[in-house]
Write a protein that binds this ligand. Structure first.
Ligand code: 6SG
Length: 270
């Protein structure tokens, strides 16, 4: 008996090895392929012809979408949600109220006592950038080779530096430091402008979107709220932002209630 389909646990892609009947809809095809694959796992006689035999690895990815546990803000989950959306992935959300968080039980279970927490099957991660990297690996958004992957890491670290400054402004010195922050912002943005201006593909690195692009896009959205004119001097950043906003799934997501209902930050400042 042939193998009907195989689910690749790390990429969460389903590879269908069964011929598609021309009368089948895409949904029927996937459903039947999955059913046949599950049947094949239970049937010893066909196991040897299956490409993936480890049901413990395969089955969790079938029913368990990703889970994000976080506060009801965009904060450090904006980029990963935009990325998941653009990569056609579903996720479950567990929203934690600030009051519940202050009780401390959940905090005690988080490696660094902070959110977001992310679950991919039995893998539990904290640290938003580690989560972005994990998704980059899972969904082919980590460059086309090791050199590009290292450059993507570098650019993402640059985005993190900007995000840390932004978070400091928002949570610690919004009322006293906003003018100075906006004055200094051009200097930070000019670095990204220079990188983007060099890459005709429009992305930070290489010729396909990476997790660092989603992260930069998210922090630029925040900055356009903080200072609507901040991209005016930067044509490459403006084009990048427009290109990312126009990707159809991102466009629909940014227009959805799920996105719009969330404040950017946890203290009402933006
Ligand atoms: C805050 O800083 O929302 N996590 C935050 N705060 C709660 O007890 N390096 C990692 C990463 O990249 C940083 C994690 C991040 O993932 S996100 C966290 O867990 C804590 O430390 C921003 C956000 N803030 C909302 C919130 C936090 C402080 C004030 C408002 C405590 C929680 C809720 C009320 C008080 Fe609150």
């Amino acid at each position: 008996m042939p193998c009907y389909c195989m689910l690749l646990p790390h990429s969460r892609q389903t590879l269908y090895l069964r011929q598609r009947d021309s009368s089948e809809t895409d949904g029927d095809y996937k459903l039947l392929s999955c059913a046949l694959f599950l049947q094949s796992l239970a049937d010893d006689s066909c196991r040897s012809s299956c490409c993936v035999l480890n049901a413990d690895l395969v089955l969790p990815t079938l029913n368990m979408p990703y889970t994000i546990t976080y506060f009801a803000v965009r904060g450090r989950c904006g980029a990963m949600k935009i990325m998941l959306t653009d990569q056609d992935q579903e996720w479950k959300e567990v929203e934690i109220s600030f009051d519940d968080w202050m009780k401390g039980d959940l905090k005690a279970t988080c490696v660094f006592g902070q959110l977001p927490k992310f679950q991919d099957g039995d893998l539990e991660l904290v640290q938003s950038n580690a989560i972005l990297r994990h998704l980059g690996r899972n969904h082919g958004a980590y460059g086309s080779n090791d050199k590009e992957a290292s450059q993507i890491d570098m650019m993402n670290d640059g985005v993190e530096d900007l995000r840390l400054k932004y978070v400091k402004l928002i949570y610690q010195e919004y009322d006293t430091g906003k003018d100075k922050y906006i004055q200094e912002l051009s200097d930070h943005l000019s670095k990204f402008e220079a990188v983007l201006a060099k890459n005709k593909a429009g992305f930070l690195v290489g010729n396909k979107v990476s997790f660092a692009d989603y992260n930069l896009f998210d922090i630029l959205l925040n900055h356009q709220v903080l200072c609507p004119t901040c991209l005016d001097k930067f044509p490459a950043l403006k084009a990048f932002s427009a290109m990312m906003s126009a990707r159809p799934k991102i466009k629909a997501f940014l227009d959805s209630d799920a996105w719009k209902k969330l404040p950017i930050n946890g203290n009402g400042k933006q």
